[in-house]
Design a protein. Structure first.
Length: 394
């Protein structure tokens, strides 16, 4: 057994190795972990992985220096886009058709970077901060284990349950003083921002602070003309390539849509997610670009692919998504689903134009490269009647 599950385990590991790697976001949980390790007189490297949402290096440096840890920042944005976001768009990766999955996509990328960094530095343990009410616990542990990493790994919060209030009260570092009772736990990347815990703990009685939303803030002053209220998204072979006829790398395209579509308060989601014993927790998400890109992809799929194929693809989409949610990234089942999904991506080429209003994005034009749809039903009706009448009894 090499899985860290408690603070007692953490103390044991500190006696077995002289260097550990922690996954570090600069939030309350990962900062409290540094405070625990600082009292154990062990060398600590804090790893922050940038997934396109930006890293406040100054803040992270201040925290790690305060606790005597080294800071390593790795930019994995391109890996995240290539290995997770593109497959998610093509798989229409929505949890129970309610909201875009996010941390499910990022955990394998983070784990891969952590294992590589731990190997380079000779770290005898990889420590994260997920607890039993966070699905990241099994996703991170599973990804690290499956990588073949031979050191200790896991989270001391699995069995040592400490409230966020208690953690905040024990931290003396000034930049963490805003972590007070009621604050939420957040996870963000280029694709999605999600929040849970704190004021969101009880699904029967909760309040969503407007301050949780950074992208989906109404900003009508940005639009002046009628044309400015339209967004045209173009795909080539299943990959988004431009917005409003402006070619963009996918990273920049997603950032643009998060702000541009978010200005209309597009892309807010609320829903429950199951834990490993089927308990349910409430999560709030914002993902304007995901909302626009996945719907546009679906419109182009419907335009170019046979209905029977699309029905079968719906099943494969849920298989791919649920394997990711359960932390079984790259399983034989998920790989098989991915192969089926990829078999049709070259057909998904064309553009979808949206009219934007507050809270609404309405498609007003769908143009597929190889369409199956009709563009003149009366003409088609006459032509079809003429051709098919040749098969009459007469």
């Amino acid at each position: 057994m090499r899985t860290i599950r408690s603070i007692q385990d953490l103390s044991f590991v500190a006696e077995q190795t002289d260097h550990v790697l922690t996954l570090f976001s600069g939030g309350l949980d990962s900062t409290y972990l540094l405070s625990l390790l600082s009292s154990m007189h062990i060398k600590v490297t804090a790893l922050a992985v940038d997934l396109g949402d930006g890293i406040d290096r100054t803040k992270l440096q201040a925290i790690t220096e305060h606790y005597g840890a080294d800071l390593v920042v790795e930019d994995a944005t391109e890996q995240f886009i290539e290995n997770a976001v593109i497959p998610a768009i093509q798989a229409q990766a929505m949890y129970m058709n309610m909201y875009p999955v996010s941390s499910s996509l990022s955990r394998p990328v983070i784990s891969r970077i952590a294992v590589e960094t731990a190997g380079k530095l000779g770290c005898g343990a990889i420590i994260h901060t997920a607890n039993q009410s966070q699905n990241s616990l099994r996703r991170l542990n599973g990804a690290i284990k499956n990588s073949g990493y031979r050191g200790f790994y896991g989270s001391p919060y699995e069995y040592s349950a400490i409230t966020r209030t208690d953690k905040a009260s024990q931290l003396s570092i000034p930049c963490m003083q805003d972590q007070r009772q009621g604050s939420v736990s957040s996870d963000s990347n280029l694709w999605c921002r999600e929040n849970e815990s704190g004021v969101l703990d009880n699904p029967e009685d909760f309040m969503i602070p407007e301050s949780l939303f950074l992208w989906s803030k109404e900003n009508p002053s940005r639009q002046i003309t009628e044309a400015a209220h339209q967004i045209r998204i173009t795909f080539r072979d299943g990959i988004p390539v431009s917005v409003n006829e402006q070619p963009m790398p996918l990273v920049e395209l997603i950032k643009f849509l998060n702000i541009r579509a978010g200005a209309y308060k597009i892309g807010r989601y609320l829903g429950l997610e199951h834990l490993d014993q089927d308990e349910k927790v409430l999560e709030i998400r914002e993902a304007p670009a995901a909302r626009m890109l996945m719907e546009a992809y679906k419109h182009l799929e419907m335009s170019a692919l046979p209905t029977d194929y699309l029905n079968h693809k719906l099943q494969q989409e849920q298989i791919w998504t649920m394997e990711a949610v359960e932390g079984r990234w790259g399983s034989p089942l998920q790989q098989a689903a991915r192969a089926f999904i990829q078999s049709s991506t070259e057909k998904v080429s064309g553009s979808v134009t949206y009219k934007m209003e507050k809270g609404l994005a309405t498609a007003i034009s769908i143009v597929a490269r190889e369409p199956l749809y009709l563009t003149n039903r009366d003409h088609w009706e006459i032509q079809a009647a003429q051709e098919r009448s040749q098969r009459s009894l007469v």
